[in-house]
Design a binder for this molecule. Structure first.
Ligand code: SF4
Length: 229
């Protein structure tokens, strides 16, 4: 390992309390919505892959209107699911994945009820979700954190970019490794808050191209910004 880079990461991690505090001062403390259904969140997160929030929300709402019960989607033709989610992008691929997922859950559990994820040992819950095709670390973490209130930190594309720019994770870092590192360094009770606030920062300020560093509440702790000066 490059010692200079590793020391920089230690420094970045020492700034984490200030990073969390500054994000909170700007974006507040978001409240986790209670009572979400784990299967709803799982499918909503699959629909959010490689598209915008607005598109995936539209696709999910349309899917729920067409199939108010997931059991009816499981019994439907893939083409009907595809038609329902066409506004979300990659509808052909995602409809196949969703139908496969529903069938596989039903086969293994005898129903589509995923409430057991709220109380199962965490590694078992994580392993169960991760065993399905097309369900990566972010989808696992979103389902467990949002719908089951379990301590798993989800990293989307915004958080991945910001964490690298801040120097919290290495430039070359797999999705799994990023989830592990960020999960270890952020206090568990702040997972939801930090997840939501980093996404807000990523959408408004720390954009993929042309980040607005002069307006950023994390400018004092950012490796990327320091390297540009
Ligand atoms: S200072 Fe710039 S690069 Fe660093 S987190 Fe803020 S917007 Fe992103």
């Amino acid at each position: 390992m490059n010692h200079e880079a590793s020391n920089d990461r230690v420094l970045a991690r020492e700034s984490l309390p200030y990073i969390i505090q500054n994000l909170r001062a700007v974006y507040g403390v978001p409240k986790l919505e209670r009572g979400l259904d784990p299967l709803d969140v799982l499918i909503e997160t699959i629909l959010s892959q490689s598209t915008t929030n607005a598109n995936s929300k539209r696709a999910f709402d349309s899917l729920k209107r067409r199939f108010p019960a997931w059991e009816s989607a499981r019994r439907a033709r893939v083409t009907s699911i595809e038609a329902a989610i066409k506004s979300g992008g990659l509808a052909k691929q995602k409809s196949v994945r969703i139908r496969q997922l529903l069938n596989e859950i039903h086969k293994r559990r005898g129903s589509l009820d995923l409430a057991f994820l709220k109380t199962a040992p965490l590694e078992e819950a994580r392993g169960f979700l991760a065993s399905f095709k097309g369900v990566g670390p972010k989808t696992v973490a979103c389902t467990l954190l949002f719908a089951c209130n379990r301590p798993v930190f989800p990293i989307d594309t915004h958080i991945f970019r910001i964490a690298r720019r801040l120097g919290l994770i290495p430039d070359k870092c797999s999705d799994e490794e990023a989830h592990r590192l960020m999960g270890e360094m952020i206090p568990k009770k702040r997972y939801y808050e930090v997840h939501i606030n980093l996404i807000r920062l990523g959408r408004q300020i720390c954009r993929p191209r042309g980040p607005l560093c002069e307006q950023c509440c994390l400018v004092d702790y950012c490796e990327y910004y320091t390297a540009q000066c």
